[in-house]
Write a protein that binds this ligand. Sequence first.
Ligand code: ADP
Length: 426
Amino acid sequence: MKEMKAATAEAKKLEAIINTATDGIITIDERGIVETINPAAAQLFLYSPEEVIGNKIDMLMPEPFRSEHDTYLNNYHRTGHAKIIGIGREAKGQKSDGTIFPIRLAVSELRIDGKRMYTGVIHDLTDLKKAEQKILNLNKELELKVADRTEKLATVVDQLLGTNQQLKKEIIEKEAAEKQLREQEEELQAALVKERELHSLKTRFVSMASHEFRTPLSTILTSAELVEMYKDSIHQPKRMRHIDRIKSAVTNLNNILDDFLSLGRLDDSDLKINCDKITLSHFLSQLKEEISVLLKKGQVLEIKNTAGELVYFTDAKFLKNILLNLLSNASKYAHENTLIQLYAEDKGNFLILQVKDQGMGIPKEDQKHLFTRFYRAHNVENIKGTGLGLYIVKRYVDLLGGSIAFESHLGKGSTFTVSIPKCTNA
Ligand code: ADP
């Protein structure tokens, strides 16, 4: 009796658990007829327990599972091969109003008093599926948004790339324009420098010319007046002295004019270089003859020609001008009774000519300007000159493709060396 009481109490407890469970619990027999259904299951399927108990479980399933359920049970009984029993999976249920909804179904098999039964625990997945769907939708929406944003971003990037390209182009154009401007500015600067140089040359020329012309001209005038005064024959020596002065002044003017003319010719772009045949010894003795009239009292020109009768090809007029200029300076900037030496040496393709004097020498600070037009060293005092000779010499040497150098010591003398190559078109 006590045992029966205990069993009844246990059954009640179990029933209470089943009846209050939140998941649906349904038991069926081996033919699929519903034996029990708890309130949660009845509520889920919108049936009263009475409407379900005694009916086939397939009434709670949608097609095609409904029609297949019998076959399924029979197959299981025959083969023991379960599709759902003991496994549990997601399935579909159908409510009394026809609504089909997702469920999680766990089926277990049990035997009571030798009778085979199945218990199904049903968990409603509607909310879960809805939430899942919502997440899926949100994901889709997000993906669409991302795709949209990506597209917009791509457009912006494209635009940026385009702008960048445009900017690069503009920068290149700007740089080119700047370069052009710089070049124009440089050209203008160069033109300005040239203009200034020309202006200063003009000024120097005018001051030099007025000075250099006035002195010999006034000498000529005074001497001419004096010659006029000395009429008697006893004054003949005085007359002669003044005639000599006039001659020297005219020679001086002549030299200046020669320099100017050479300068003008040198600036002529069509200047033609000849390739004359010269026999060195002959050429040098002619030169000696010409220069001897210019030498001061007691000055001696010594020629040392190691090349002898050498036949050389070069522009004879240019070479003569070069040497006459150097020799006349050697005389002009030295005292009377000094020695002037001219060396000639054959160096194969070059002819080396050296003019050495025992004159006043050139101050160090003036040496680097010596070949500049109108430049005169500070120690020349009242020795006449235009400052053009060495400039002209340098230009001739350059035209012949040669080179010029000098060495000078104050109070001791100077040596100018030119190296002239043989004409190539001889
Ligand atoms: P110029 O003799 O007409 O002044 P140059 O151009 O021939 O012009 O010479 C430039 C300057 O170089 C001279 O004014 C002088 O100061 C210096 N010079 C040239 N040759 C000699 C030399 N042999 N000895 C000393 N000074 C010289």
